[in-house]
Design a protein around this ligand. Structure first.
Ligand SMILES: [Fe+2]
Length: 141
């Protein structure tokens, strides 16, 4: 239970640090997908890995008492923005799953597919950036 501003900041920083290896893994996968998924087979494999990684990562962030909870509990003015990040999780995960399924059907080599994949990568990076900005705001207050 958070009993002071310092306790709140400690809880947020601890949750952020615990998730850092996952954030490194997600960013690495996105970089690899963007820069090195040149064949349809590689794209399919990497999208499958991304889907599994994101499903686990997003669940960890949303655990009761976890990362998002610690921010929302400490900085109630950020509750709406945290809720927005949770909503984005559902959208980003379903888009990833859809692209993964389409890749398995053989669409990964198509130009339109590649454009949609690049859009997804951009949205995921923006989501993670927004999340870190909220952490900075919470820790600065
Ligand atoms: Fe994240």
């Amino acid at each position: 239970m958070i009993t002071s501003a310092d306790d709140g900041k400690v809880a947020i920083a601890r949750a952020r640090d615990a998730l850092e290896p996952e954030h490194v893994a997600v960013r690495g996968l996105l970089d690899t997908l963007h820069d090195h998924a040149t064949t349809a087979k590689d794209t399919q494999r990497l999208l499958s890995e991304l889907h599994k990684t994101l499903a686990k990562h997003f669940a960890h962030e949303s655990y009761p008492g976890g990362f998002y909870d610690s921010i929302a509990a400490f900085r109630t003015e950020l509750v709406v923005e945290i809720g927005g990040l949770v909503d984005e999780h559902f959208l980003l995960l379903s888009t990833t799953q859809s692209l993964r399924e389409r890749a398995e059907k053989g669409e990964a080599g198509e130009a339109r597919f590649r454009a949609e994949l690049d859009t997804l990568i951009g949205r995921l990076l923006a989501h993670e950036k927004h999340e870190l900005e909220l952490v900075e705001i919470a820790l600065d207050g």
